[in-house]
Design a protein around this ligand. Structure first.
Ligand code: FAD
Length: 247
């Protein structure tokens, strides 16, 4: 794919009012070309549109991988859970019925071990991480009454901390393969250039721990659609960078 941001079209219908307007031209690998007033780079973290346009980015690798899979419970899970473990957060995200997605962050060595271990051991490790991954478990002796190491903490317990914490529903089965993704932060220094704009992960790739990646992308799409419709309403060229910079 090649991208020309300011192409003067020669192949357009001579009656077209945009005959002399400059358009972006995308030359696709199959030999076809596309012309547009605006190219929206919504092509993810490794955005080719971002690369072709020459947008600079700032970011770094986290030296952490995420192990992703789908699991089954005995009962329906309607709650999203997240535990912050020393190695990184683990999230259990309901996807309907008795199924949940797992996003488990850990160092690359641990993630390889998690991918390689047999299914039973993986499910055991998963339940351990979800149920025992932080602090003492409700049944733990550490929370007993006889001079334990948490006595200093219990003196100032709030009402909610006095409540026994809930544990997520046990995972009984793995229902997908285990995939491993390296995690990184990447932020485009600019989102807009002449006739090109970046949205979603192409503009900003964030750590999945806050679960905000999709919402950020929806926010971008909403803001861009508003800018485009306002631009069209007042007859502005929607590919002009001064308009797009409001994103
Ligand atoms: C391990 C992990 C866990 C995550 N967990 C969460 C979570 O719990 N909650 C959350 O909100 N977010 C999460 N995210 C982030 C979320 O997945 C992304 O923020 C979101 O998918 C970004 O959407 P997007 O449409 O910008 O990019 P993408 O979802 O990457 O979509 C880009 C699309 O462009 C296509 N594409 C790319 N190049 C080309 C090309 N040259 N030609 C044609 N098509 C192309 C791709 O095939 C893809 O379909 C997670 C991310 C990771 C890596």
């Amino acid at each position: 794919m090649t991208l020309h941001q300011n192409h003067l079209p020669t192949m357009m219908d001579s009656t077209s009012s945009s005959l002399h307007a400059s358009l972006a031209k995308l030359e696709l690998s199959d030999g076809n070309s596309l012309y547009a007033k605006l190219v929206v780079g919504a092509d993810g973290a490794k955005s080719r549109v971002r690369e072709l346009t020459g947008f600079k980015t700032t970011g770094w690798n986290y030296s952490q991988n995420a192990v992703i899979c789908t699991v089954e419970h005995k009962t329906e899970n309607q709650c999203a859970w997240q535990r912050f473990l020393p190695s990184g957060p683990i999230a259990l995200l309901p996807v309907g019925d008795k199924f949940s997605n797992i996003v488990w962050t850990m160092n690359p060595k641990e993630s390889s071990a998690c991918r390689e271990m047999n299914e039973n051991d993986f499910v055991k490790a998963l339940n351990h991480a979800l149920n025992y991954g932080y602090g003492p478990h409700p049944q733990s002796n550490l929370l007993g009454n006889n001079g334990d190491i948490f006595s200093w903490f219990r003196r100032d317990l709030t009402v909610s901390a006095n409540e026994c914490f809930e544990v997520p529903p046990d995972v009984v089965k793995l229902v997908s393969g285990r995939m491993v993704f390296p995690l990184s932060l990447r932020h485009a220094n600019n989102y807009a250039s002449k006739r090109v704009v970046l949205i979603g992960d192409a503009a900003h790739t964030v750590h999945p721990l806050a679960g905000q990646g999709v919402n950020l992308g929806f926010g971008d799409a909403f803001a861009l659609s508003r800018i485009i419709s306002e631009g069209i309403a007042v007859g502005t060229d929607i590919g002009e960078v001064c308009i797009l910079n409001f994103l």
